[in-house]
Design a protein around this ligand. Structure first.
Ligand code: CU1
Length: 517
């Protein structure tokens, strides 16, 4: 094997540099975002008006399933791993990630996992059609034969996440520069430290769920089969013991991004740093003990319903602390509204709306009405899109000058923001009305009284989809021909802005990583 930096494709295949791996994660994630987004466009095109027009119901089910799986596991989780790879070593003054070869493996198994998953769409029997939550017995007894590819894909994706998390924890705990104590770390680093522990705790649970499925389907066990003495509700318990912490795995690094951007553009230090750390840890702990709020209609004992209802509502307390701190950071700050700040402020507003509808859904007697309606779809898209996607978009605008040495086009960024912001709300706010009016989720068709708001929602979705192409164009234009940040014109009107939180020494000044001295 040749030594020294590899050239051409070898630079990427054999990458051990955290920046190259971070870049690959970001581009992989954006590719998956466009693919999952394309599936969303198919879904909204079919739902544009009542009656069947574009796709068959069977294919529609595959679209809703693949949209969810690709967005959660392919777009949102990898984008934050990409940001972690790029930023964590620089934020803590480390020369690189602690386990660079493991880092390479974590990334490179992902394209295989997702190729396996996506190729099922072209196989006999079609792709997974049981929703991204793949409840048994729909995903076991009634699944297409390609479910085995789905299971293998999930295993690969899970292994990637676990390896990535081990790497992040090892890096943060061992490679901090002298003087970088835990309570001095930028919040983005803290949020990832906590997220990595969540991932290591729950990805094996997901692996267990799909392994039990594999056994039920192929080897005659009856974990989820009532006829053989099993219990389909067990599947939901196992799935949501993974699935609820999973939504925090997605949103906690987003909190870290927002906690970096808001102080910068408010020109004030973050308000309540230590309370942010403790609130994040509290949210992570609570995320493990609320899973059955997804299952209020399975026939739990009343004591169980009450416990899961109150425990879920408790999460609003540390989340409220965070929102309070962000707003207090902005209070009386010298705020300017560049693109990252616009996305960050939109995050705070829209994520809070998603949080409030979450509180509504947490009320067990009300949830029995909301269950499986479009209200739930509206709720989690406020959290996932306006939460996770807006914050990762903000992060790209915020850090791309640091990554490329070039400035993005601010005017185009602002157009991207405003079209995204308006189109997002046009898409998802009416889905609250549809849900409250009784429209169920995951159906290819609906009755006439839901026609108007569905058309509005579809128009919003097309505009949202189109505005992401503007983002893609802006990013490529920045990399290829963006104004160099050494050009003083870039800094006009940006007095007092700091693009990095602490400024660590350039990594080549370390002869030995501090931890090994
Ligand atoms: Cu949950």
């Amino acid at each position: 094997m040749a030594h020294g930096p590899a050239k051409g494709i070898g630079r990427w295949l054999r990458a051990t540099n955290h920046k190259d791996i971070g870049t690959m994660y970001l581009w992989f994630s954006f590719t998956m975002f466009l693919l999952g987004g394309f599936f969303a466009m198919v879904i909204r095109a079919e739902l544009f008006e009542p009656g069947m027009q574009i796709v068959k119901p069977e294919f529609f089910n595959q679209m809703t399933t693949m949209h969810g799986l690709i967005m959660v596991f392919g777009a949102i989780m990898p984008v934050f791993v990409g940001l972690a790879n790029w930023m964590i070593p620089m934020m803590i003054g480390a020369p690189d990630m602690a386990l660079p070869r493991l880092n390479n493996l974590s990334f490179w198994i992902l394209p295989f996992g997702f190729s396996l998953l996506a190729s099922t769409l072209f196989m006999p029997g079609g792709g997974p059609n049981f929703g991204w939550t793949f409840y048994a017995p729909l995903s076991t007894t009634y699944a297409p034969p390609t479910v085995n590819f789905f299971i293998f894909g999930i295993h690969i994706i899970g292994a990637s996440s676990i390896m990535g998390s081990i790497n992040i924890i090892a890096t943060i705990l061992n490679l901090r520069a002298p003087g970088m104590t835990l309570m001095k770390m930028p919040l983005f680093v803290w949020t990832w430290l906590i997220t990595a522990f969540l991932l290591i705790a729950v990805m094996p649970v997901l692996a267990g769920a799909v392994t039990m499925m594999l056994m039920d389907i192929n080897f005659g066990t009856s974990f989820f089969n009532a006829a053989g003495g099993g219990d389909p509700v067990l599947f939901q318990h196992v799935f949501w013991f993974f699935g609820h912490p999973e939504v925090y795995i997605i949103i906690i690094p987003a909190f870290g991004v927002i906690s970096a951007i808001i102080p910068t553009f408010s020109r004030k230090p973050l308000f309540g740093y230590s309370s942010m750390v403790y609130a994040t840890a509290a949210i992570a702990f609570l995320s493990f003990i609320v899973w059955a709020h997804h299952m209020f209609t399975v026939g739990m004992p009343l004591a169980g319903e009450l416990y899961f209802m109150y425990a879920t509502m408790l999460i609003a307390v540390p989340t409220g602390v965070k929102v309070f701190n962000w707003i207090t950071t902005m209070f009386r700050g010298a705020i300017t509204y560049e693109t990252p700040m616009l996305f960050a402020i939109a995050f705070v507003i829209l994520f809070t709306i998603g949080g409030f509808t979450g509180l509504m859904l947490a009320i067990a007697p009300a949830d029995i009405q909301y269950q499986d309606s479009y209200f739930v779809v509206a709720h989690f898209h406020y959290v996932m899109v306006a939460g996770a996607l807006f914050s990762s978009t903000a992060a790209v605008y915020y850090w791309i000058p640091k990554w490329t040495g070039r400035m993005y086009n601010e005017a185009m960024g602002k157009v991207h923001f405003w079209v995204s912001f308006v189109a997002f709300n046009v898409t998802f706010f009416p889905q609250h009305f549809l849900g409250l009016a009784g429209m169920p989720r995951r159906y290819a068709d609906y009755s006439l009284q839901f026609a108007d708001w569905n058309m509005v929602s579809s128009i919003g979705a097309f505009a949202y989809g189109a505005s992401q192409l503007l983002f893609l164009y802006n990013v490529i234009a920045t990399i290829v021909a963006g104004r160099k940040i050494s050009d003083p014109k870039v800094w006009e009107g940006a007095e007092g802005l700091e693009w990095t939180v602490p400024t660590p020494a350039p990594y080549h000044t370390f002869s030995t990583p501090p931890a090994f001295k």
